[in-house]
Ligand binder design. Structure first.
Ligand code: SAM
Length: 288
């Protein structure tokens, strides 16, 4: 396969270990008429390593909008453009959104060349629930705004993923521990794929103390994962909901009983369905 004319390729690059560069990423970059890079000097190292000598133009958060016209024009003329960021997947806490959005509006094909992403790499080894998760990017830098952001996420049931910078990690973890609770399971994934890769899971309070007292844990690049607030199965099924379910499952199929009971009591249908299964002597799938 070779690059298609007039196509924007969004190419993921390594987040530390050059062995993570995919052969397809190398080919697409080698064939691109133009490489749009967040930082031309930074990407120069990567491109030289793989012997890629294509023209490179800088597209970063300060000039992305001004560059749009030129890039869309080139795509319109049939050139293929490869978008890369300093590391990982473009657009994930990185530039590229305006370009991709504008290209799609203009009916220009946009093709992903998937690869490393720190958030997904960290999630994949965290041992925290990965069926549903929320990527929160960087928390606000100022304490009050950061705490407010965490407050909004306090009862979020999905696994939370944050990026954080080395010089704010200690205070950010302290804020997380005080808002989400010191017992919340969490993980710090630092320097993923690099020499000092550290994957440390602990309750948030312990994690915050460990990082605050060990300056080495405040170096490099890091992802923080926090388990969501578990919806204890059946927790919200109170006595009234229990009675309603007992009456309804005597007369209706379980699904309908749960639906009606949800309307009557305001308790979540899925919780009532699981409760109905227990009443009927079955364990819902996934429960002990
Ligand atoms: N686009 C990138 C991606 O796909 O992950 C993220 C770019 S964002 C500007 C940089 C942040 O990603 C870092 O501050 C850190 O939170 C996280 N990150 C990037 N590389 C990492 C690594 N090797 N280990 C841990 N976190 C990393």
């Amino acid at each position: 396969m070779s690059n298609k004319p007039g196509t924007l390729y969004v190419v993921a690059t390594p987040i530390g270990n050059l062995e993570d560069m995919s052969p397809r990423a190398v080919r697409v970059l080698s064939e691109a008429d133009l490489i749009a890079a967040e930082d031309t000097r930074h990407s120069g190292t990567l491109l030289r390593h793989f012997g890629i000598g294509r023209p490179v133009v800088a597209v970063h958060e300060h000039n992305e909008r001004e560059m749009l016209h030129q890039l869309l024009a080139r795509l319109g003329e049939g050139q293929s453009i490869a978008l890369i960021s300093d590391a990982g997947t473009p657009l994930v806490s990185d530039p590229g959104f305006s370009l991709v959005h504008a290209a799609r509006l203009a009916d220009i094909p946009v093709v992903p060349v998937p690869g490393p992403c720190a958030a997904i790499a960290a999630l994949s080894v965290s041992g925290l629930p990965s069926d549903r998760f929320v990527f929160e990017g960087f928390p606000p830098a100022k304490t009050a705004a950061r705490r407010a952001r965490f407050e909004n996420l306090r009862t979020e049931p999905r696994t939370l993923i944050f990026y954080e910078s080395a010089h704010r990690i200690a205070e950010s973890l302290d804020d997380m521990a005080s808002v989400f609770g010191r017992d919340r399971p969490s993980m710090l994934a630092r320097e993923i794929t690099k020499q000092f890769e550290t994957l440390h899971d602990a309750p948030l309070g312990e994690l915050a103390d460990w990082v605050r007292t060990d300056a080495n844990q405040q170096r490099g690049e890091m992802v923080v994962l926090v388990q969501g607030l578990p919806l204890a199965a059946g927790r919200e099924v109170d006595a009234a909901a229990d009675r309603t379910m007992r009456v309804l499952i005597g007369a209706l199929p379980l699904k309908q009983a749960a639906l009606l009971a949800a309307r009557i009591t305001g308790v979540k249908k899925s919780l009532l369905y699981a409760h109905g299964l227990r009443l009927a002597g079955h364990q819902p799938a996934g429960e002990e």
